[in-house]
Design a protein. Structure first.
Length: 111
């Protein structure tokens, strides 16, 4: 029997990170992961090996800024925050996601 996987669909990690940060404000990497997993009722899993390259890429694209700070456990961590350009990207990605899910839904209902 195949193992059930709940890894995030390719291309949706950026959308989920931007949405999480837009709603919750600045968070460090582990908190972003925990927020996505918790909000999805553990249906989605964010792998560390995927998250940090995505954060770095989004920061290079100007969608996020980051600064060092202390976590609740008094540990140093990099905190990420959505920029104005990141909010615009989030809006674009949400429109794309809405079109994609509508199309998939139509195929599943009528194919």
């Amino acid at each position: 029997m195949a193992k059930h996987r709940n890894d995030i669909l390719q291309g949706t990690l950026g959308l989920l990170v931007l949405q999480t940060l837009a709603v919750r404000g600045p968070l460090h990497g582990y908190a972003i992961t925990a927020a996505i997993e918790g909000t999805s009722a553990e249906l989605l899993r964010v792998e560390e090996g995927s998250l940090y390259p995505a954060l770095h890429r989004m920061e290079q694209q100007g969608w996020l800024t980051s600064k060092w700070g202390l976590t609740d456990k008094n540990r140093e961590a990099r905190f990420y925050e959505v920029t104005r350009a990141g909010r615009a990207q989030l809006a674009r990605e949400r429109r794309t996601w809405d079109r994609l899910t509508e199309g998939v839904g139509r195929v599943l209902r009528y194919a």
